[in-house]
Design a protein around this ligand. Structure first.
Ligand code: FUB
Length: 447
């Protein structure tokens, strides 16, 4: 069948390719927070919240402003597709219009349907004052999702999370300062038991954002907790889904730069565990505009979760033939190297690496050069006084791939240089300045 031009335009509209990669943050063309990651049919789907900026008459300045949800998916955690908006505040009959309170969601599959759970503010405050939780149902993970006419009865709070046990019993967890849990009916739309407060968690400090999973017979309840100043990710374990739980430890420390919230999910994909979480990378001065991240996670032999150190590099390999964003680095030289926004007025443009002094360097791990010999490198670069840059693999004294001579000029230039060596396989890249004056690098790509 010959498809019309309009058909292709429609397809292009539906599958919006997000500016994203396996680096952190992995969605960089919009703010995203509270990522719940799920594997459906061998593909990873991420259901985050969607922070936007308040504008006059739309949302409250200085607070979370959230009107809808997108879903993103990836087959490899490296290339992400934005499937667009799946649920929006003004299309759910029971939601207070313009409440801008579509907070952290979850989505789960059962009996041929996808159930999307979301917390928000109802217009009828005689039913519930404050937040409650609704469900929208779809035949596919990307929707279309049809919202239920009313929220789930008997639930007051935010941050829904659904867990289905091996025996088929589903549980809904949520929070409101404390963490609560209850059984769900087979229809996934109604509570099937009394609400239990999961009371064995720390008594001091707000707890929210529950995420429950089972591994080797142990039930893990993971949750953000304000133990000191801001949220850190902690976990507790039990032999049953509703506890009693025993607090075990910290999965991720407080944000080093003060992002007050963190909200997460854990996912096993192709025999590797990952932590999905958020930080305010694209909005360093306002922590209610957040961005989702992924880092690898592992378990110790006794089942305890090893603490995750947040990285910019993220997960997965970067293809040498794609633009390699060195600013999502693995290591920087102790002095002379720094990262800055390309355009402080439009942070969605991303970052650049600044090598200010001779011998300063940036290291980027996990570059896949493949098997076919590459011959040149192109670097998007700017150096007011001109510069020489060396590109090596496998460490600062490893084989030199190329010398890039940057002519002086204040504008960005794409400079191509021949490769003097080529090694197939996966390598660490080290890019070092050989000049006393600053050189700025946007990206590097091999051809
Ligand atoms: O995104 C709004 C709220 O911030 C979430 O519901 C909480 O978990 C926190 O991340």
């Amino acid at each position: 069948m010959i498809k019309s031009k309009l058909w292709y335009q429609l397809v292009a509209l539906v599958f919006v390719s997000a500016a994203a990669s396996a680096q952190n943050p992995f969605i960089t063309d919009q703010f995203t927070a509270d990522p719940t990651a799920r594997v459906f049919n061998g593909r990873v789907y991420v259901y985050p919240s969607h922070d936007i900026r308040a504008t006059p008459g739309h949302g409250r300045a200085g607070w979370f402003v959230m009107e809808d949800y997108h879903v993103f998916s990836s087959a490899n955690l490296t290339d992400w597709t934005d499937h667009g908006v799946i649920v929006t505040q003004n299309k759910v009959p029971w939601v207070k219009p313009n409440s801008y309170s579509m907070w952290a969601p979850d989505c789960i599959y059962r009996n041929g349907k996808y159930y999307f759970y979301f917390p928000t503010t109802p217009k009828d405050t005689t039913v519930i004052k404050g937040f409650t939780i609704g469900v929208a149902v779809a035949d596919k993970p990307t929707g279309p999702f049809v919202p239920q006419p009313l929220p789930i009865k008997g639930v007051r709070g935010i941050d829904p999370n659904v867990f289905i046990d091996k025996d088929g019993q589903a549980y809904l967890y949520w929070s409101q300062g404390e963490i609560f849990g209850a059984k769900l009916k087979e229809n996934m739309l109604e509570l099937a038991s009394e609400v239990k407060t999961l009371g064995e968690l720390p008594t001091k400090g707000l707890k929210e954002g529950p995420y429950v999973f089972e591994r080797q017979g142990t039930y893990y309840l993971t949750y953000p907790h304000v133990a000191n100043k801001t949220e850190r990710l902690e976990y507790a374990t039990s032999t049953s889904p509703l506890g009693p739980f025993t607090v075990k430890g910290v999965i991720m420390d407080e944000s080093p730069t003060g992002c007050w919230t963190n909200h997460h999910s854990l996912l096993e994909f192709k025999n590797q565990w990952y932590l999905f979480y958020h930080h305010n990378d694209l909005s360093p001065n306002f922590d209610k505009n957040r961005s989702v991240r992924i880092d690898s996670l592992s378990f110790a032999p006794d089942g305890s979760i090893r603490k995750v150190q947040p990285t910019l590099r993220g997960v997965g390999l970067t293809d040498a033939k794609q633009k390699i964003q060195l600013d999502r680095y693995s290591r920087l030289s102790p002095s002379g190297a720094s990262i800055a926004f390309l355009d402080t007025a439009n942070k969605f443009q991303g970052w650049k690496t600044v090598l200010a002094t001779n011998q300063s360097w940036v290291q980027y791990n996990g570059v896949s050069f493949g098997k076919q010999a590459l011959k040149t490198v192109t670097m998007r670069v700017a150096a007011a006084a001109g510069a020489t840059v060396h590109i090596r693999i496998d460490g600062a004294t490893g084989p030199m791939l190329a010398q890039v001579i940057v002519p002086k000029g204040s504008q960005w230039q794409e400079i191509k240089a021949p490769l003097s060596a080529y090694k197939p396989g996966t390598h660490t890249l080290v890019v070092a300045s050989k000049t006393d004056t600053p050189v700025e690098i946007d990206w590097v790509r091999f051809e």
